[in-house]
Design a protein around this ligand. Sequence first.
Ligand SMILES: [Zn+2]
Length: 328
Amino acid sequence: MQKIHTVLSSGAALTLLLYALPAALQAQQPAAPPAGRAGRAPDLSLPIVQDAFKITDARFLIAFTRYCMLNGPNTANGKGDAATPSQLFDNLYYVGKTDVGAWVLKTSGGLVLFDTLNNPEEAANIIVPGMRKLGLDPDQIKLVVLTHFHNDHTGGLPYFRAKGMRLMASEVDWAQLGGVPTPQSVIRDGQVVEIGDTAITLILIPGHTPGTIAAMFPVFDHGQRHMAALTGGIGPTGGLDMHQTVIGSLDHLAAVTKQAGVDVLLDPHEAIVDSTAWGYIMHPADRKPNQNDLIVGKDPFQRFTQMLTTCMKARVVMYQQQKPGAAQ
Ligand SMILES: [Zn+2]
């Protein structure tokens, strides 16, 4: 895992990926196509994959290779180490691991924690000391937002629940976690939660889980305001239905983030979506003054969602080729 990350952060990864890509795409060829004169039917997903490739930014090539094939590489396998806790923006901090994130947003009314790592021990031994190292008081957490129910995001939940902190997740994902604790714990699509001076907009983007959410909030870089979107999870779990769900969610995400002028992309598994951002987060000592690789720009953010949508459409075709008639 560490080796993979080291390679990915070095920049050599892009070269590796580009070499690996044609072979990987070849592997997507349908198993038993109707034999033509050449003995092989054309892969109808390839032109769509090529469209996605034209849209993508080099920094998102890992997302492209992961999401533009049915069984793309997974660089987040739950075996990461504690990352160096660091400040990412004037009001945003990273207290997560090398393969899954935990983020703290600072407001005038206290702190908001996004995701809780794998278990209560990681909450106590990674999140809490990470916060203290950054001068953040864990007792000032006013809200814990869970991006989706998967254990690497919610395993630390009991630690914060025991402290009586306000917890929020979508209703369907709460069902996986033992039920909605209080009516105030349910995230509804488009809901705005205000903590102190900060408005956090929560939207539902089902597909990775039935109740995955994204959060939008302002971040400040040396006093300059930007708008961030923390996407809880993008890759669909499941077959064709979930792919169609994700396509709808990505459309929703694109529309809402465009309207809000989102120019900062954050993901609990940054290593999967954005190699540049991942390197920036994991190597705080190497950052140059005024460098902030998390600010991708409004247009690149929209192109990122477009690329993902296109990849999902390609995957639908791949499914149909595997199982003719499956998507009808
Ligand atoms: Zn997940």
